[in-house]
Design a protein around this ligand. Structure first.
Ligand SMILES: NC(=O)c1ccc[n+]([C@@H]2O[C@H](COP(=O)([O-])OP(=O)(O)OC[C@H]3O[C@@H](n4cnc5c(N)ncnc54)[C@H](OP(=O)(O)O)[C@@H]3O)[C@@H](O)[C@H]2O)c1
Length: 211
C-alpha cells in the first residue's frame, strides 16, 4: 500500500515563490502527516526536500514509531550534515546511482545502489521492490512534487492525500506535476472523500478507483 501526501495551499502550491514552505498546514494537517509517518514502514522523499527543508521525517506529533527513511538521490546531492543522516532516529537509506565511495555519508546510513531507467531516473517500481524485500509493506511518499510525479507516472500510488490549507499563495511550487492534456475527456476521474482536520481539509483520492 502506497500513500502519497501533498501539503498545499488552496491554489495548489507547496511553497511560496521564494521557497518558503514551513508551515503551510495548520496543526490538524501536520498531525495527520505525522500519523501517516507512524502508519508507514518506510517514508520516501526526493533529495530536493532534504536540501530545501532539512526534513527529519520522524513521528513527533502523535504516538508511534519512526518509519525507515528513504532519500531518492541519484546524483549524490544529499548534504552530509542533513539532520536525517545524523540523528540516528531511524534506519536511513540513500538510494543512488553513484558509488557509495563517492558519497561522504555517515557509516550508519545505508547506501542502496540503484540502476537508472531509460529516462535516467530511479524507477519507482524498483524502489518499491527494494522496500518490499526490506520488509516494508506500507509506504508513505512524502514528496516533493517531482518524487510524487514519478510515482504517479508508474501508477504506483494507491491513495493521494491532499492536505489543503485555507490560504492562497498565488504562485510558487505547484504540488502536482502532470503532463498537459489537450482534451478534457483524457482526464482520469477517481473517487475522493473529504475530511475536516481542524483548520485544514484532507481530500483523500483513491487513485485506483477510477470512475
Ligand atoms: N508541502 C509538502 O507536502 C512538501 C513535501 C515535500 C517537499 N515540499 C517542497 O517541495 C519543494 C522541493 O520540490 P522537489 O520536487 O524538488 O522535491 P523532491 O521531489 O523531494 O526532490 C526532487 C529530486 O529528487 C530526486 N528524485 C526524486 N524522484 C526521483 C526518481 N524517481 N528518479 C531519480 N531522482 C529522483 C531528483 O534529484 P536530482 O535533481 O539530483 O536528479 C529530483 O530532482 C521544496 O520547496 C519543499 O519545501 C513540500
Amino acid at each position: 500500500m502506497v500513500i502519497a501526501q501533498i501539503g498545499q495551499s488552496l491554489d495548489g502550491q507547496v511553497a511560496t515563490a521564494t521557497g518558503q514552505s514551513k508551515y503551510i498546514n495548520h496543526a490538524g494537517g501536520l498531525k495527520h502527516l505525522h500519523a501517516l509517518r507512524a502508519w508507514a514502514d518506510a517514508v520516501v522523499v526526493g533529495v530536493g526536500s532534504v536540501v530545501a527543508d532539512d526534513t527529519k521525517l520522524t513521528v513527533r506529533l502523535v504516538e508511534g514509531t519512526n518509519p525507515m527513511r528513504v532519500v531518492l538521490d541519484p546524483n549524490g546531492r544529499v548534504p552530509s550534515q542533513a539532520t536525517l543522516l545524523n540523528d540516528r532516529a531511524a534506519k536511513t537509506v540513500v538510494m543512488t546511482a553513484r558509488q557509495a565511495t563517492d558519497l561522504s555519508l555517515p557509516p550508519h546510513v545505508t547506501v542502496a545502489p540503484m540502476a537508472l531507467d531509460d529516462s535516467g531516473r530511479l524507477s519507482p517500481l524498483l524502489v518499491l521492490q527494494w522496500l518490499e524485500q526490506a520488509g516494508c509493506q506500507r509506504v508513505l511518499v512524502e514528496g516533493g512534487p517531482a518524487t510524487i510525479a514519478g510515482f504517479m507516472t508508474t501508477n504506483s500510488i494507491d491513495y493521494l492525500h491532499f492536505l489543503s490549507s485555507a490560504m492562497l499563495l498565488g504562485a510558487g511550487t505547484p504540488g502536482v506535476i502532470r503532463p498537459p492534456l489537450s482534451q478534457l475527456a483524457q482526464a482520469q476521474r477517481f473517487r475522493m472523500q473529504a475530511y475536516q482536520l481542524d483548520e485544514d481539509m484532507l481530500i483523500e483520492c483513491d487513485l485506483k478507483a477510477l470512475i
